[in-house]
Design a protein around this ligand. Structure first.
Ligand code: CP
Length: 280
């Protein structure tokens, strides 16, 4: 089965994956017979590597397609690539692609785990974020979560919103393109979780002017001091140091969950691989 969008899964299915990932984090054993190709047409450090670590831990045979040296460079389409890899006996594909919902144009169906498509879906990131939030609060219900920055282009935001709203959590945005009247410092006290987003320079048609960004939308000491005592902050990475977050808040501030997110990424992806490869 595929794992394409948070929208395809019920609240109960999401909660099952969160709890399963936490069991795996505590050392539960899992072994999966399967072959997976990792096809990352857009760059990645965390998503790709954590899928690889997860696959190695689970005994899954993995095949990492080196896109820069592949026949994509000769114009082969993604679907022709999948058809050929399938003919070699590889049945599961972790794919990151610039195009949104590219699978809708495929002639055949494939087991695809979505490592990020365009600006709309990054479901495995939303799951690891949910695990991180659940670990801290013991629930995903009725929390107040603020996403800050380049919201419109953020697939992390869109998938997180889809997930958190299933649990009646309230999702607000402080959009760096629109809401210049409210500063992060002035609203930080309202939220349980503040998620800082990366400025997606590569997706902007016009170069964004980042002068003043840190003052209005950046996470700094002033902001952190205004946060609720039990509140946390997160960032999916990669981050722009001293623009989205002051570097002195990296990485050991008690409210900072960024590296916990990265660690949880491995277990989130193990739970997803277990579900998709075993067709659970
Ligand atoms: N959070 C995230 O998707 O990071 P990478 O782009 O490094 O995979």
């Amino acid at each position: 089965m595929s794992f394409l969008s948070i929208k395809d899964f019920s609240k109960e299915e999401i909660l099952f994956l969160v709890k399963r990932a936490l069991e795996l984090k505590k050392g539960a054993h899992t072994q999966v017979e399967g072959k997976v190709a990792n096809i990352f047409i857009e760059p990645s450090t965390r998503t790709l590597t954590s899928f690889q670590v997860a696959q190695d831990k689970m005994g899954i045979k993995r095949y990492d397609l080196h896109v820069e040296n592949s026949s994509f460079k000769k114009g082969e389409t993604l679907e022709d690539t999948l058809i050929n890899l399938k003919a070699m006996g590889i049945n599961n594909f972790v794919i990151r692609n610039k195009e949104e919902s590219y699978w809708k144009d495929f002639k055949y169906s494939y087991n695809i785990i979505n490592g990020g498509d365009g600006t709309k879906n990054h479901p495995s990131q939303a799951l690891l974020d949910a695990i991180t939030i659940y670990e801290h609060f013991g629930t995903l219900e009725k929390l107040k979560v603020l996403f800050v920055g380049d919201v419109n282009y953020s697939r992390v935001y869109h998938s997180n919103k889809d997930l958190l709203e299933k649990f009646d959590s309230i999702v607000h945005t402080l959009d760096s393109e629109k809401e210049r009247r409210v500063k992060l410092e002035d609203c930080a006290h309202m939220y349980d979780v503040i998620v800082m987003l990366r400025i997606q320079h590569e997706r902007h048609a016009k170069k964004m002017d980042i002068r003043g960004y840190n003052k209005e939308f950046g996470l700094n000491d002033n902001v952190v001091q205004k946060m609720k005592s039990n509140a946390i902050f997160m960032h999916p990475g990669p981050l722009n140091r001293n623009i989205e977050i002051d570097e002195k808040l990296l990485y050991d501030h008690p409210k900072n969950k960024i590296l916990e997110q990265v660690t949880n990424g491995v277990f989130a992806r193990m739970a997803i691989l277990e579900k998709t490869c075993k067709n659970m």
